[in-house]
Design a protein around this ligand. Structure first.
Ligand SMILES: *Cc1c(COP(=O)(O)O)cnc(C)c1O
Length: 362
């Protein structure tokens, strides 16, 4: 089977060395494996720029959404009240999870091409003193918009609210000073900017905030506090962990470090993202998100004209070993190009060449 280049925001194209780690079977109770888990926990704290005295990391089985649900379950008590800011499908999903788990919710729903304004959030915080938590997505992968978490974290601190950040598609690819921003819980997963394969996610948690969450969860397997109780000193996961995925993730972290860390990876992503946007504009494709809010992770492009046949375009690109990502906008036909993963300038130059050839043929 031919290896395709995945222009998707996870699962994404991983290196051969990351894939190779999955050829070895490992035992979950063995010390080597528990050490591997503990090493990952420590390295995640380093990536988050936090002090291990104040912060801890918890790994949780499942795709990213399972981990978002586990933190919504666990962080909020029956009397807590969360403001969830949404300008995309992932914000909406958090709202759905908060209702499904019986939490007290206030929604701030915005158009998908609009970043949350500090004024609006401030107004809601001033109006309702019962709010205890705020949740927001960093990079809304639905469109590729990058939300201003720095300003929202500052508000959270000023109003003394706890803050949950869904940094699924940004952590490891965009620098986030978790301790400086005073973030309580930050969620991400193995198969996004750290460039591992899917199977688990993780939370970077402020110890003081996590310690207050015992007994909140109304789920056994998604109780992040209990997961942490078992993992914190032993490196032992509750229940079977995805051993192959964990080993591949460790290798992916080493490769992130070898690349030069988050800043250097961010430069690669940002430079390739701008190359793609400029080249696509030249070929008649307009991005949906205004450039000042555009993330370096994934870009939504509008169809160039009414006759544009995405399925045909998709098949053509796949035949040339590139997999595009369909759009997720309700009102406007669109598609997306992700640029995270083990992809480099030459790959994007090849991709653009194929798109140009397709346009000429059209
Ligand atoms: C990928 C992603 C998730 C999790 O999605 P899964 O399909 O469950 O892995 C959550 N939030 C954002 C912003 C994402 O990009």
């Amino acid at each position: 089977m031919e290896q395709l280049k995945l222009l998707t925001p996870g699962p994404l194209t991983t290196s051969d060395t990351v894939k190779r780690e999955m050829l070895i079977d490992r035992c979950t109770w063995d010390d080597d494996y528990k050490n591997l888990t503990q090493s990952i926990q420590q390295r995640l704290l380093d990536i988050a720029k936090v002090d291990a005295q104040n912060y801890t990391s918890i790994l949780q089985q499942g795709s990213g959404s399972f981990v978002v649900e586990s933190i919504i379950q666990t962080a909020l008590s029956p009397t807590d009240h969360i403001l969830i800011i949404s300008n995309g499908a992932y914000g909406k999903r958090m709202i759905e999870m908060a209702y499904a788990t019986g939490k007290n919710v206030t929604e701030l729903n915005l158009p998908y091409n609009e970043a949350p304004s500090v004024g609006k959030v401030k107004q809601l915080l001033e109006k309702d003193a019962t709010l205890t938590h705020i949740a927001v997505v960093h990079c809304e992968t639905t469109t590729g918009i990058l939300n201003p978490i720095e300003a929202i974290c500052e508000l959270a601190r000023k109003f003394d609210k706890k803050i949950i950040i869904d940094a699924m598609s940004s952590f490891g690819g965009i620098p986030i000073e978790v301790e400086e921003l005073d973030i309580d819980f930050l969620v991400s997963s193995a198969n996004k900017c750290i460039q591992g394969v899917p199977g688990f996610g993780f939370v970077i948690a402020k110890r003081q905030s996590l310690e207050q969450t015992k007994g909140n969860a109304r789920s056994v397997s998604l109780d992040l506090y209990e997961q942490w109780s078992v993992m914190k000193d032993s490196g032992k996961w509750r229940y079977t962990s995805p051993t192959h995925v964990v080993a591949a993730f460790y290798q992916a972290i080493i490769e992130l470090e070898n690349e030069g860390g988050v800043h250097v990876r961010n430069e690669r992503y940002a430079s390739n993202n701008q190359f793609v946007i400029q080249s696509m504009k030249r070929l008649g494709f307009e991005p949906y998100i205004d450039n000042q809010y555009q993330s370096p992770i994934i870009t939504t492009f509008l169809y160039p004209n009414q006759n544009f046949d995405f399925d045909c375009f998709y098949e053509y690109m796949k035949k040339h070993h590139f997999v595009l990502y369909p759009g997720k906008l309700m009102e406007t036909p669109s598609f997306r190009i992700g640029n995270i993963g083990d992809l480099h300038r030459q790959d994007f130059e090849n991709m653009i060449q194929h798109i140009e050839n397709y346009k000429l043929k059209e």
